[in-house]
Design a binder for this molecule. Structure first.
Ligand SMILES: *Cc1c(COP(=O)(O)O)cnc(C)c1O
Length: 434
């Protein structure tokens, strides 16, 4: 029997989305503001402000209330990328500035730095969490101070695949040098460190609701802000920086980044299944754990300690370089013409079958073996300091992200992935290495 294709993470509707969208049409709120945007922001605020176990910490903001309820505000935007951009502007990032950003990430963490005319300075990862190495972060701050005489304007750690970074240590270092933190929690909605939701530690927190994220609004994002005043300022820049005159009056350059009321309707429906989605991703991770535990040469990436509580947006694994995968001799034989996984907008054909920094042949062979059995898998994200577009950017590296990129693979984890699918995926892996 031919199986349906198993995707990395497919959007899954609750059924409530269309009620909220219908209401938007019925009340003629088909614009980038309105009741769904307000409602979605309220739902998100309730979600991110919930602290699970007592204490919490935040940067440059009033401390938490005694019952451990944070007081963050959330602004709905057109994309997570827009949220990164507006957070940088709110931190005063401009031409000639430097911003420290995790190199092991998707390009949307760093591209907005260049939109501001600033320079990204890439920071490598630590082995345990795969995210920003706090020691390297501090070394970079000291070295930039010595070399440029100026402090970097912001720090962007990233919850890659949902895994938390060492939020405690990163905040401690950032506070010591007085540098604001913008947490890129686009992949980490609902992940926690010490019981506190990612995106609420730093001055700003970025969320994404793109089609393949933990929840979706088709496309969309949000910025978690420290207080009402900063949320208002972000809203101002997200709506073309308009002033309170009867005519259009502008003292600043603004952006058209506000979330649409239709998209927010999808988001309100999605909020009713967010906890369920997260629980499902964790369940899928637990099943991979059980089924892969005796498979030699394949290691599942796990929470490094009980302080970390990943949403396991994607389940990831590394392959021992010595592990033989069927067909690896023929990996990279052909130049790809389209996107792996059919992502939209990949219209530039690859110039050559290989680059000077790519996953090992056994990883590509496993990806192809899974693909042949109708399972979507994908290499880990290629570190930004190895991307041609960033060849001139300063980087503080220890080899961790580059070696993970060589050996790692992302496995399907979304709401549509059943227990039976996980067994089928693991059987396919065993078959390919057998
Ligand atoms: C998806 C993503 C973003 C950007 O979100 P969009 O909504 O797609 O613009 C930012 N950072 C990371 C790490 C992401 O994975």
């Amino acid at each position: 029997m031919k199986r349906e294709r198993i995707y990395l993470c497919l959007a899954h509707m609750s059924g409530r989305e269309q009620d909220f969208i219908k209401e938007a049409f019925d009340t003629n709120w088909v614009v980038p503001m309105g009741p769904n945007v307000n409602g979605f922001e309220k739902d998100l605020e309730e979600f991110v402000n919930r602290v699970e176990n007592g204490e919490c910490r935040m940067q440059n903001s009033s401390s938490c209330t005694p019952n451990s309820q944070l007081t963050k505000r959330v602004v709905g935007l057109s994309a997570g990328t827009a949220a990164v951009h507006l957070a940088l502007l709110a931190c005063g990032v401009g031409p000639g500035d430097e911003v420290l950003v995790q190199t092991f990430t998707f390009c949307a963490s760093s591209h907005p730095i260049t939109y501001c005319g600033a320079t990204p300075v890439f920071i490598d990862s630590e082995k345990d969490s795969w995210n920003m190495d706090p020691d390297l972060l501090e070394e970079a701050i000291k070295d930039r101070l010595a070399k440029t005489g100026r402090k970097p304007k912001a720090i962007i750690p990233v919850a890659l695949y949902g895994m938390p970074y060492q939020a405690g240590r990163i905040m401690e270092i950032a506070d010591r040098y007085g540098i604001p933190v913008i947490e890129d929690a686009a992949e980490g909605l609902g992940s926690r460190f010490d019981g506190q939701v990612l995106g609420t530690f730093g001055r700003y927190g970025v969320l994404s609701f793109n089609g393949n994220k933990m929840i979706t609004t088709s496309g969309g994002g949000a910025l978690i802000c420290p207080d009402e005043a900063s949320a208002k300022e972000v809203l101002y820049f997200a709506t073309q920086a308009r002033e309170a005159y009867p005519y259009y009056q502008h003292s600043d350059i603004g952006y058209n980044y506000r979330m649409s009321n239709i998209c927010a309707g999808i988001g309100r429906g999605q909020m009713t299944v967010l906890d369920e989605h997260i629980a499902h991703h964790r369940h899928v991770q637990a099943l991979y754990r059980e089924l892969l535990k005796d498979v030699e040469g394949v290691a599942l990436h796990e929470n490094p300690s009980p302080r970390y509580d990943s949403n396991f947006w994607l389940c990831t694994a590394t392959l021992d370089p010595g592990l033989h995968v069927r067909g690896q001799e023929k990996a990279y034989a052909e130049t790809l013409r389209g996107a792996v996984g059919g992502a939209a907008g990949v219209v530039h054909a690859a110039a050559a079958p290989t680059t000077d920094c790519q996953p090992n042949a056994n990883v590509e062979a496993l990806r192809m073996a899974l693909d042949a059995d109708n399972i979507e898998a994908r290499p880990l994200w290629k570190p930004m300091h190895r991307q041609p577009v960033y060849s001139d950017a300063p980087a503080y590296v220890n080899g961790v992200s580059e070696s993970l990129f060589a050996v790692g693979i992302c496995l399907p984890a979304g709401p549509y992935v059943t227990d039976d699918d996980v067994r089928y995926i693991v059987d396919t892996i065993k078959d390919a290495i057998g």
